[in-house]
Design a binder for this molecule. Structure first.
Ligand code: ATR
Length: 279
């Protein structure tokens, strides 16, 4: 009998998680299965309980259920508590442990795969929604010289910065406030591309040698990375590496072994277009 895992979302048909975890399981010789489950918009908790009753051992949680998973878990990791959202559940007897591996996944992609250390760098985070919130603490842990959070509604960015203001290095505001500033790393955590729009970046944002990173991957990352390319970013990256690294963190939590992410990123790149590839 193999152990059962799943990803719960709505929609979930596009999810690459089954492909990723199947590849990890083969690589690490783990007897497990992994499926995508479409949870009704008003039926997330019921779907989780049914999966547990059927013997499920763990689950990933994606849009729009990460905050509900945070409420449902009866034990939380410190990084889930800080993020206010859960993307990974572990079922152990009566315990439903909630964790959040998104921030760790982003940091592993930046510092290991892209060899872009953050200590002493100036970092700009675009957006102040759930995706941005999950990565603020892990970014600050790396010791950047500054972390600026810019958002369409400035108050939301200011609130987020205030929430994490244990040091003087994090501030929030609107896009106009960025005029005259430049950054070594610019991370797009907005959903603007989904509406066919772009965050209104003033010119001069990208410092010499800077990296533009979109937390979306494939075609979803194309509009922002094209903008960054036009505005002079030296390097471009989509979030495919983050996707695989957050999965590797979840796999490690569930199975106690850390898969090698590089061959899985390469395998996915075969089916996901690379918007960072320059002509
Ligand atoms: P997610 O969980 O993906 O972060 P969210 O919590 O709805 O989703 O947050 C979406 C983020 O994208 C917000 O920062 C939002 O800005 P506002 O807080 O001002 O709404 C940002 N966003 C969405 N559409 C945008 C657009 N067209 N231009 C700029 N920012 C946009």
């Amino acid at each position: 009998m193999s152990d059962r895992y799943c990803v719960l979302g709505n929609p979930v048909g596009h999810s690459k998680s089954p492909l990723i975890h199947h590849a990890f399981a083969v690589q690490c010789r783990q007897p497990m299965s992994y499926q995508a489950i479409l949870a009704p918009i008003d039926g997330f908790a019921d779907s989780v309980r049914r999966f547990v009753a059927e013997g499920g051992r763990g689950a990933n949680v994606t849009v729009p259920f990460k905050e509900q998973a945070f409420q449902l878990a009866n034990r939380l990791s410190s990084r889930a508590t800080v993020a206010g959202a859960v993307n990974t559940l572990l079922f152990d007897g009566d315990a439903m442990v909630g964790d959040n591996t998104d921030g760790a996944g982003l940091l592993r992609d930046l510092t290991l795969n892209l060899a872009f250390p953050l200590a002493g760098r100036r970092v700009l985070l675009l957006g102040a929604g759930g995706a941005a919130r999950g990565v603020v603490a892990p970014l600050l842990d790396e010791g950047p010289a500054a972390l600026v959070i810019a958002n369409r509604s400035a108050a939301r960015a200011e609130d987020l910065a205030r929430h994490f203001a244990t040091t003087a290095t994090v501030v929030g505001g609107d896009y106009q406030a960025l005029a005259g500033e430049s950054f070594d790393l610019v991370i797009n955590a907005t959903s603007a591309s989904l509406a066919g729009e772009l965050p209104p970046l003033p010119p001069g944002i990208f410092a010499a040698g800077s990296l533009a990173y979109d937390m979306m991957y494939g075609d979803g990352a194309r509009p922002f990375l094209a903008l960054a390319d036009r505005q002079g970013a030296a390097r471009l990256a989509d979030g495919l590496g983050m996707l695989v690294e957050q999965a590797a963190e979840a796999f490690h939590l569930w199975r106690g072994v850390r898969p090698d992410s590089a061959p899985v990123i390469a395998m996915l790149r075969g089916v996901v277009p690379d918007p960072a590839a320059r002509r």
